[in-house]
Design a protein around this ligand. Structure first.
Ligand code: HEC
Ligand code: HEC
Ligand code: HEC
Ligand code: HEC
Ligand code: HEC
Ligand code: HEC
Length: 506
């Protein structure tokens, strides 16, 4: 038994990171950049943004492994670091020169919250240090560079915080901080949900009465000994999620599970049937925009239990051949080359999940924690579509999915306004603003940045009708100098408005 399990562990190490050997996407050199180390290199906070996410939307694990194990604690965190663009440069994916560290504030240990470490030697043939998972990752650590992004695979997080270890909370949140590897300066941080649940519920009312009942009901096949525990189901049943190939006769674990339980299609139809095992009536892991706002359920995308199993009989490889966005949304909004969503990238080399979040938790998600990154980056829980968040300016040309820039703050500010003259434009900061006032009295002259943030109120006093001239010293409301980028000025007097766009260069 020992040698076989050692081989399987190797498979876990090799396969689980990329999930079953899908080809690594090739990154074109123009999409990569390292941290510039020159004096003008903008390593200040705010010049970078960090996209981060979990790949599946929910990881299921057993809390107890003394009898049998379906899945161990094993979560994957992904991230992409972007250097924000400006007037002269497009945004760049940063693929070297940065160090990305992760941690879980408030969830700092796993030993004791699950008995996995006691049984890992018997199940996986490895003795693991406390709180270290199957790939060597702990609850704090570093993300490893992978073509065009960063990954920490196999993080052994549990759904139990330190403060309330008795209460399951499936939506644990990590903190990722990117530092300049040379200077140690913080570049950006983000807070992905790293979801995990123990709500597998085999033993529950209306289902199995006990663990013994489950193991005693297993077919009496060679090598299956219900008394020799713990049992790793994936030892015989092939499981691409764990990288095990099983023995042919036992077939895929996914096939056996869904085939043997397909009566659930009749007895508990709909999402509640899937929630009998997939977490679950408490966790409700399906929380993305399509479920939350458009009423889609598991069966709309995966088919029912009978379909999940019968498609395996006819050649579908579980975990590797899954539904695609393109299947319902047309190729323009789909994965290139029919690849898996979680491995695909789109506009500018940004991964689909970087702009949309994990499968099953696509923005806007029902869970507010899922939306934290989108809100931090662009102010709203929606797919990342605000050009300025990444480009720093509104770029000329098409954006994600070849869509033109829409809904950008500039359009709102400029709409219906008479022009004003700003000189010099571009400016290094200070400038004069000239416009026509319609009538005598007071009004409001404001400067906005490209994201529509109000950054300066220019005090004017009462004006006379005709040409008015005002001066702005280029400072923001905090006494600092406004950084290079696109800005807008707007004069408003009653419902009469004048506005203009201008650019600050360094
Ligand atoms: C020693 C190898 C082995 C292990 C370990 C093993 N199985 Fe199986 N299992 C098999 C084989 C072989 C079959 C097919 C038996 C047959 O066709 O009659 C099977 C069949 C099944 C079936 C289908 C039963 C049916 O009536 O359709 C289920 C469900 C199942 N296994 C679940 C599990 C679970 C859950 C575990 C872990 C607790 C597990 N197996 C561990 C070898 C194994
Ligand atoms: C009786 C328990 C059970 C029920 C009910 C159940 N599943 Fe599963 N499902 C599992 C287990 C266990 C796995 C993990 C198998 C593995 O590790 O390979 C799984 C894995 C999967 C996978 C990934 C593997 C694959 O085949 O691609 C999909 C997709 C899936 N289930 C869909 C569904 C859907 C959709 C429903 C409801 C129609 C459902 N499941 C209901 C137990 C269940
Ligand atoms: C809107 C469509 C959609 C719905 C609804 C949906 N899924 Fe999925 N599911 C997908 C897609 C797409 C993938 C493949 C993701 C990838 O390639 O990264 C997937 C993958 C999976 C996987 C494999 C692990 C993974 O993420 O790759 C499991 C397990 C799964 N789904 C279970 C479920 C269950 C259970 C439900 C209902 C509670 C459900 N799904 C609802 C689209 C959906
Ligand atoms: C089973 C078909 C199906 C699959 C698979 C599917 N979608 Fe959808 N999606 C829909 C439907 C239906 C809508 C709702 C359209 C509407 O009513 O506006 C939708 C809407 C959306 C929306 C817009 C939501 C909004 O309110 O504006 C986004 C974003 C989206 N899907 C992303 C995805 C992503 C990402 C994937 C792949 C992980 C995916 N979809 C897979 C059917 C699907
Ligand atoms: C740079 C950010 C970005 C990337 C990368 C990205 N998307 Fe999108 N996606 C968006 C935005 C923004 C929208 C909303 C567009 C709109 O409704 O105007 C969207 C919309 C969608 C929709 C919904 C379309 C509909 O019918 O409403 C799907 C599906 C989708 N994307 C899939 C993908 C897939 C698959 C990938 C990876 C191959 C991907 N996206 C990569 C930003 C992105
Ligand atoms: C999540 C970040 C992100 C968002 C949001 C985004 N982009 Fe981009 N965009 C990129 C990246 C990264 C590149 C790749 C730049 C390179 O390396 O050449 C890029 C490249 C481009 C390019 C080609 C290079 C250039 O600047 O000429 C255009 C055009 C573009 N984006 C337009 C848009 C538009 C329009 C929007 C808004 C509708 C938008 N982008 C939203 C990240 C983003």
């Amino acid at each position: 038994m020992q040698p076989r399990i050692v081989t399987m562990t190797t498979a876990v190490l090799v396969l689980a990171g990329t999930l079953a050997g899908a080809p690594a996407p090739v990154l074109s050199p123009r999409l990569s950049a390292s941290i510039p180390q020159t004096s003008s290199g903008g390593t200040a906070l705010g010049d970078y943004l960090l996209l981060s996410w979990n790949d599946l939307g929910m990881h299921c694990m057993n809390q107890y492994h003394a009898d049998f194990s379906i899945l161990p604690p094993y979560n994957n965190i992904h991230a992409q670091l972007l250097r924000r663009g400006d007037v002269l440069n497009p945004p760049r994916l940063v693929t070297s020169g940065a160090t990305l560290n992760y941690s879980f504030p408030g969830n700092t240990y796993s030993v004791g919250k699950t008995d996995f470490w006691t049984y890992a030697p018997a199940l996986f043939g490895v003795t693991l240090p406390d709180n270290i998972g199957l790939t060597g990752k702990g609850l704090t650590g570093t993300l490893d560079p992978a073509s065009g992004h960063y990954v920490a695979a196999g993080v052994p997080i549990t759904p139990f915080t330190d403060v309330q270890p008795g209460v399951e909370d499936g939506y644990q949140q990590a903190l990722i901080i990117a530092h300049d590897s040379t200077t140690g300066t913080e570049l950006a941080r983000s807070n992905p949900v790293v979801p995990v649940s123990v709500e597998i519920s085999c033993v529950s009312s209306g289902c199995h009465s006990s663990v013994n009942a489950i193991l005693n009901a297993h077919p009496k096949v060679t090598g299956f000994d219900a008394t020799k525990r713990p049992i790793l189901c994936a030892k015989c049943h092939a499981d691409p999620a764990l990288g095990t190939t099983g023995n042919g006769e036992a077939n895929y674990f996914s096939f056996r599970m869904h085939d043997a339980h397909k009566f659930i299609d009749q007895e508990v139809p709909g999402i509640e049937g899937c929630y009998k095992c997939h977490p679950g009536s408490h966790t409700q892991c399906l929380r993305g925009v399509m479920a939350n706002q458009h009423g889609l359920i598991c069966q709309n995308c995966h088919g029912n239990m009978a379909n999940v199993s019968s498609t395996i009989e006819t050649g579908r490889v579980p975990w590797v051949n899954e539904p695609s966005c393109a299947g319902c949304h047309t190729a323009r909004f789909g994965e290139p080359n029919g690849g898996l969503y979680k491995l695909s990238r789109g506009h500018g080399g940004v991964m689909c999940e970087g702009c949309h979040n994990s499968t099953h938790a696509e923005w806007p998600s029902r869970e507010y924690r899922d939306n934290a990154n989108a809100i931090a980056i662009q102010g709203t829980a929606a797919p990342l579509g605000n050009c300025v968040s990444c480009h720093g300016v509104v770029p000329a040309g098409l954006g994600p999915h070849d869509l033109p820039a829409t809904g950008v703050p500039g359009q709102e500010i400029l709409a219906g306004a008479r022009p004003m003259v700003i000189s010099p434009n571009p400016t290094r900061g200070a400038c004069t603003i000239r416009f026509q006032a319609k009538s005598a009295g007071t009004g409001t002259l404001l400067v906005f940045d490209a994201q529509g943030r109000t950054i300066r109120l220019i005090e004017m006093g009462a004006v006379k009708p005709g040409t008015v001239q005002a001066a702005w010293d280029g400072s923001d409301g905090h006494g600092g100098k406004a950084s290079p980028g696109v800005y807008f000025a707007r004069w408003q007097q009653g419902d009469s408005r004048a506005a203009a766009k201008f650019v600050i260069v360094r």
